[in-house]
Ligand binder design. Structure first.
Ligand code: AMP
Length: 284
């Protein structure tokens, strides 16, 4: 496995692989790798002959007062995980490689970035799309892999790729969960033991939503009220949003119909945790 710290070196490695006719896969990450990331890498290894994992804690997707400084950066452990998983190149650039003194060019996907996390983290998704566009331009992958865990991010990136005719395919992989249902996240390590236990209620609330939809409750308000009751049982929890939206447009809906996305964001102690499920009512 190669470790590329510069744009030039990753470009040269990818160029050599492409000249051998290899399909290039990219898994963009911020490091602190866990089984969720590994599932993306495994999907990439299956689909592509040459897999690049980027590890970059992107400053432009963190707002003031967010956890950019304290975000975990266990690079040696991450490299070990990548090696074991069959990654060909880890691209781990320094900040100066990715951004000059002042960035003047941004990618902003309209409308889809307004609800859900967009409402509570202004500029976050703009930072994500900008860094992904940069990574796509640097690596030129045939396929890039993202997690359903960050549902809005995946939808926004797909839209950016479609609207800007970027020549790659976006694959979205299922959310990997702990045995109690909590979505695996690098931010789970901010939780105390008690908070970690309580955090299982996040997925429980989404399961409640699924059950209510399956039992034919049509009104999203009624469902959200029940989810709210469950999430309010987290003593140190503060609900940021509980939303049931159209899974493609992310528009709010009053009645459950077609493909819907139920998504929640909750602050527990110093951690901001998000999770979601997709429900296709036409299949029920
Ligand atoms: P991050 O390092 O948090 O930026 O995440 C990098 C990629 O891993 C994103 O596409 C995430 O959606 C994905 N990811 C993070 N956690 C999980 C998980 N529990 N299951 C599946 N994918 C995940």
């Amino acid at each position: 496995m190669e470790i590329a710290k510069t744009i030039e070196s990753v470009r040269n490695l990818v160029k050599a692989a492409r000249s051998q006719g290899k399909k290039i896969g990219l898994v963009p990450t911020m490091g602190a790798l866990h089984i969720g990331h590994i599932s993306l890498i495994e999907a990439a290894v299956k689909r592509c002959e040459f897999v690049v994992v980027s590890i970059f804690v992107n400053p432009t997707q963190f707002g003031p007062g967010e956890d950019f400084e304290k975000y975990p950066r266990p690079l040696d452990a991450d490299l070990e995980i990548c090696k074991k998983a069959g990654v060909d190149v880890v691209f781990a650039p320094a900040q100066e490689q990715m951004y000059g003194a002042e960035n003047l060019t941004w990618i902003n996907v309209e409308k889809l970035t307004e609800p859900l996390c967009g409402r509570f983290r202004p500029g976050h998704l703009r930072g994500v799309t900008t860094v992904c566009a940069k990574l796509f331009n640097i690596v030129l992958p045939d396929v890039a892999f993202f997690g359903q865990k960050d549902a809005q991010q995946a939808i926004v990136i797909k839209r950016m790729v479609a609207d800007l005719n970027m020549p790659l395919e976006i694959v979205v992989c299922p959310t990997v969960r702990e045995p109690d249902g909590l979505a695996v996240s690098s931010r789970n390590q901010y939780l105390t033991q008690q908070q970690r236990k309580d955090a299982a209620l996040i997925y429980k609330s989404l399961q409640k939503c699924q059950e209510m939809v399956e039992s034919g409750v049509p009104k999203t308000k009624e469902i959200i009220d029940q989810m709210c009751k469950l999430l309010n049982q987290i003593p140190s929890g503060k609900i940021e949003y509980i939303s049931i939206v159209d899974a493609e447009t992310l528009d709010s809906i009053d009645q459950v119909a077609g493909k819907v996305l139920a998504a929640v964001a909750v602050r527990i102690g110093s951690a901001r945790l998000i999770d979601n499920i997709l429900i296709d009512t036409s299949k029920q």
